[in-house]
Design a protein around this ligand. Structure first.
Ligand SMILES: O=C(O)CCC(=O)C(=O)O
Ligand SMILES: [Fe+2]
Length: 343
């Protein structure tokens, strides 16, 4: 690991630790990109994706071709999994550093120093031995999730191929960098369950369903359910507006749309042209729907053996393995520090 790489991570985290406050809520629309007739409209779609990714870092896809019935089926199975008793879920513990398995309220964010009020189950293909609930525990879970993971990957690669065109890489550059058949594969499908929040047991303001953060990966695709809002985005690079001055806007979930964002890995790979943007999931306010919230996120994260360096070589080369390890470690240290400071 190079010193420069280390500094890069810390620079990001120093910013992130200042973003735990509520901030101000503003109205803003997230760009919607229609993928109808993708092959014929490729250039126009690429222009729109590029503009959204360089300006906001967040966008939604419509007419994306991913079967809505499959998405609903995956949501149904995710609910069934999380409804298992705790001692059943304990058979699938999160494998540390491998993004595979189940965790409960364990993710502490540098921005807040508190654990997110959620549980999650991670699917990262090379590390799933012993982690699949079998046919009697959650019927069809394994088959449907593998199918869904594959389809999400295909769509992610389609979007990334547009960015490859614009960055001057070969069109299939990112597809090769996220090779699903490799042992080095580290893209992850994450099922999320944010716990219900009856008004009688509302936690204090320091608790978030997901504290403010940027994602570590290249491209995140978030699947959400209508009526289960809470995702908020803070536009702008970061230095401007800290704590309570910072502006946040809400993304409204729509069944037929997939919400996408650029992560830190692609920001680095594009020499900072594509923007990884801060986001969070807030608690329901009084009067909001306050039942459980389910979402699913697919993180396109380049294989461990891929070397990340942008066309303009703004940053030194680093393997995706080192990049991730260093981000996870730095994040962990910063979260510990933030948690310590709260005591
Ligand atoms: O649940 C959501 O809407 C967003 C989740 C998220 O940002 C994440 O898991 O990184
Ligand atoms: Fe995220």
């Amino acid at each position: 690991m190079t010193n420069t790489a280390e500094k890069y991570a810390l620079k990001e985290l120093n910013l992130e630790t200042t973003f735990g406050g509520m901030g101000k809520e503003i109205e803003r629309d997230v760009p919607v990109i229609d993928l109808t007739d993708f092959d014929q409209r490729r250039e126009e779609i690429t222009d729109q994706l590029w503009e959204a990714a360089t300006e906001v870092g967040f966008f939604q896809l419509s007419n994306h071709g991913l079967d809505i019935a499959l998405i609903k089926q995956a949501f149904g199975l995710s609910e069934r999994f999380f409804a298992l008793p705790e001692d059943a879920k304990q058979h699938y513990p999160l494998k540390k550093g491998l993004n595979a398995g189940w965790e409960f309220k364990s993710q502490v964010r540098p921005s807040t120093g508190t654990a997110d009020d959620k549980e999650s189950y991670q699917i990262t293909l090379p590390h799933m031995d012993d982690l699949w609930p079998n046919q009697t525990v959650v019927p069809e879970f394994n088959r449907v999730m593998l199918d869904f993971e594959h389809k999400a990957w295909q769509l992610g690669m389609k979007v990334l191929s547009c960015f490859a065109d614009r960055l001057g890489f070969e069109r299939d550059f990112f597809t090769r960098a996220h090779d699903r058949s490799s042992e080095e594969y580290q893209s992850t499908l994450r099922l999320l369950h944010y716990l219900p929040l009856p008004e009688s047991s509302r936690p204090d303001e320091s608790i978030w369903r997901a504290g403010a953060h940027t994602d570590f990966d290249c491209l995140t695709m978030v699947f959400q359910q209508e009526g289960q809002g809470g995702l908020q985005v803070s536009p702008g690079k970061g230095a401007e507006g800290k704590g309570d001055d910072r502006e946040w806007f809400s993304v409204t979930p729509k069944e037929e749309r997939i919400t996408c964002n650029i992560g830190d890995m692609l920001m680095r790979w594009s020499d900072d042209r594509l923007k990884s943007t801060l986001h969070r999931v807030r608690m329901p306010k009084p009067g909001d729907y306050n039942g459980p919230r389910y979402s699913m996120a697919f993180f396109c994260q380049a294989n461990k053996d891929q070397i990340i360096q942008g066309p303009e070589k703004k940053y030194p080369p680093i393997s995706a393995r080192d990049y991730l390890l260093q981000r996870i470690q730095a994040n962990f240290d910063a979260a510990e520090k933030a948690a310590e400071a709260r005591k």
